[in-house]
Design a protein around this ligand. Structure first.
Ligand SMILES: *Cc1c(COP(=O)(O)O)cnc(C)c1O
Length: 344
């Protein structure tokens, strides 16, 4: 295989350290890992392998396609979107995966098929996925073999009364369903404190270097750094412009590197004139418009950089989110398929 001209540098030790930090903050609760959307773009199989080695036992994906891709990973997977009619060909027989049932119809579908162990999502105020708390107390789940009863916080990254309301509504269901465990907190929910951890936490973004709440600042390490190779180095004479729509004009003669990275790789147009790159201890700015596959960088401070050399792009998630106006989640999940993903 040909090496790609762009790569994600992925820090295994930082991933594992982030999980350990979140596990410690989860107290006596088990700490799982959300690995949907291909492990938030990092590569679900490698994320699962590293976290399973560290002791993580509970993994969450969105769809059965994602679950089947982990069939030989040696871990148990919960499928957050439950079971559609189309999923019933594989779901009841999948030994490594179980659905998180979300609706009355999904509960019936699973029970009618004699489906076996499952999880169940209860909606406590987000009005996204889940059955209503009254459905639980009315006995909808009677007779199901439930591993984990779950709910999901709408605003865990904010200090608002809805958090405690959701927690209290959910906690009142303890003992009402036969579920072995209760689970409420995502990354930001863990930071809300021990009252939210219950039996199992489900962090995603903070595993991968995201800081969704001020309480986690300084405790979460960066995991992902995009790097791209220089395709061409050129001198742009004073007065000439660079890139689509000529948004940047050289004030003085400027050394420019054109690198193999663009918005098709998730390096979006909001980084035009905003992004920063590094080689060694030199920092260099992105200039002009980011195009689909190419980005220009002012490399005047690095005379030795040549075609074939690599630049690292600043991608500290909180800082990059502030700079770009993108969410930390979008910054990760938008990273495309053209990167080689290199764990170190
Ligand atoms: C994605 C997801 C998580 C993880 O959320 P983060 O904010 O990334 O920590 C947890 N639970 C559910 C139901 C999710 O969909």
């Amino acid at each position: 295989m040909i090496a790609s001209p762009l790569r994600l540098r992925l820090d295994r030790d930082a991933l594992v350290a982030n999980w350990r930090t979140l596990a410690a903050l989860s107290g006596r609760a088990a700490c799982g890992a959300a690995v949907k959307a291909n492990g938030y773009g990092l590569g679900a199989r490698d994320v699962v392998r590293h976290l399973a080695e560290a002791g993580c036992r509970d993994f969450f994906v969105a769809t059965w396609g994602e679950a089947l891709a982990l069939a030989d990973a040696g871990v148990e997977v919960s499928v957050l979107h439950g079971v559609r009619a189309e999923d019933m060909a594989v779901a009841p027989g999948a030994r490594h995966a179980r659905p998180v049932l979300n609706s009355v119809q999904q509960v019936r579908r699973w029970r009618d098929a004699g489906g076996g162990v499952c999880d169940v999502m209860v909606d406590t105020g987000m009005n996204r996925l889940g059955i209503r708390p009254e459905d639980v107390t009315a006995g909808l789940l009677d007779g199901l073999e439930i591993e984990t009863l779950m709910s999901h916080l709408a605003s865990a990254d904010e200090d608002v009364p809805l958090n405690a309301r959701q927690r209290d509504t959910f906690a009142a269901l303890k003992g009402r369903s036969g579920a072995r465990r209760m689970s409420l907190a995502n990354s930001a929910g863990i930071a809300l404190g021990p009252d939210y951890a219950l039996d199992l936490t489900r962090p995603g973004i903070a595993l991968y270097g995201g800081v969704p709440s001020p309480a986690l600042a300084g405790r979460i390490g960066q995991v992902v750094t995009p790097e791209a190779q220089i395709l061409q180095r050129r001198l742009v004479p004073a007065g000439e412009s660079v890139g689509y729509n000529a948004t940047w004009t050289a004030a003085v003669d400027t050394e420019v590197a054109i690198v193999n990275l663009g918005y098709a790789d998730g390096y979006l147009r909001c980084f035009s004139g905003q992004g920063r790159t590094r080689a060694g201890d030199r920092e260099m700015p992105v200039i002009g418009r980011v195009s689909m596959d190419l980005t220009a960088v002012d490399v005047s401070v690095a005379p030795e950089l040549a075609e074939g050399d690599w630049l690292a792009f600043d991608y500290d998630l909180p800082a990059t989110a502030a700079l770009s106006g993108m969410s930390q989640y979008e910054l990760l999940t938008g990273l495309g398929a053209r990167y080689d993903r290199i764990w170190g």
